[in-house]
Design a protein around this ligand. Structure first.
Ligand SMILES: [Fe+2]
Length: 288
């Protein structure tokens, strides 16, 4: 616990500028120094959008809390059969970087020393700011057909703990299975959905957690005022207890804005099956 945290996610889209308005004016992120990079706290970048045909997540970074944690993370991955290679630490604005590819097909980078931005963080749209201190920038959720091997990568390789899982029938004969993983007090920094077949996008959604509940409501109002899809209106998840909604980005993957999720401690004993996504709400509101 508390050796790594979610540092950043890279996204490839054909036109990086097509996401600028969404991240800035709907989600309330703040631009980084480099074009199409986004901050939600003091760090130099949390989302890195590049031009690419993929239209999907291009990489995921986990920041080790110190040098020894970095070495342990790399050694653990290697021992689990996921060898790492070097990468461009300078471009990511980190001191050290080791890279491997997760079984769900997205490169995962272990980094040390992600730089702070020159300017302090302040978002006029999210006046309370985002919850990131000691818990990483948020969470990311991927869908994969390589479910069991991905589970092994996350638990044996990255050393994440399984928080709990969701198993339910979403329609006659169609099962949904999602596993949730933590590396610190955030209920999940990453979750995996079992895909019945290869989906066009592996990235299902990114989540940003606000410190103030009203900042979720304000973000919902901004999303509602666009013509973007709202796959899930306001609701509260059953497992992590988060009050949130989901908006579809112009690139297709979704963004969840939430507040007030459960906190995971060393004494976490909640690893059990859930059979519903939400305690209330989260109804599909609008398709784009
Ligand atoms: Fe989520």
């Amino acid at each position: 616990m508390n050796e790594i945290e979610l540092a950043y996610v890279g996204i490839d889209v054909p036109d990086p500028g097509s996401l600028d308005g969404f991240f800035r004016d709907v989600i309330g992120l703040v631009p980084g120094d480099d074009p199409h990079t986004w901050r939600n706290d003091r760090k130099v970048h949390r989302l890195i959008v590049h031009e690419g045909e993929r239209n999907d997540a291009a990489f995921v970074g986990f920041e080790a809390t110190d040098e020894a944690a970095f070495d342990r993370a790399v050694a653990r991955l290697g021992a689990a059969g996921f060898d790492t290679a070097g990468g461009d630490a300078e471009e990511r604005k980190v001191q050290r970087l080791a890279r491997t590819t997760a079984p769900w097909g997205v490169p995962v980078e272990i980094v040390l020393g992600l730089e702070d931005a020159p300017a302090p963080f302040s978002s006029t749209l999210v006046p309370g700011g985002f919850l990131t201190e000691g818990v990483g920038f948020g969470h990311s959720v991927f869908a994969t057909t390589a479910f069991d091997e991905s589970h092994r990568f996350l638990t044996e390789g990255l050393g994440l703990g399984q928080s709990d899982w969701l198993e339910m029938e979403i329609a006659a004969g169609i099962e949904l299975e999602v596993r949730f993983y933590h590396c610190n007090a955030r209920h999940h920094s990453l979750a995996l959905a079992k895909a019945p077949f290869e989906l066009p996008q592996r990235l299902h959604h990114l989540m940003f957690e606000t410190k103030e509940r009203d900042d979720v409501g304000a973000a919902f109002d901004r999303a509602w005022a666009t013509d973007l899809g709202i796959p899930n209106g306001l609701g509260r998840h059953d497992n992590d207890g988060m009050f949130s909604f989901y908006v579809a980005s112009p690139a297709g993957f979704q963004v969840e804005v939430g507040h007030g999720a459960k906190v995971v401690g060393d004494d976490w004993d909640g690893n059990r099956r859930y059979d519903r996504i939400s305690a209330w709400g989260h109804q599909p509101l609008r398709t784009a």
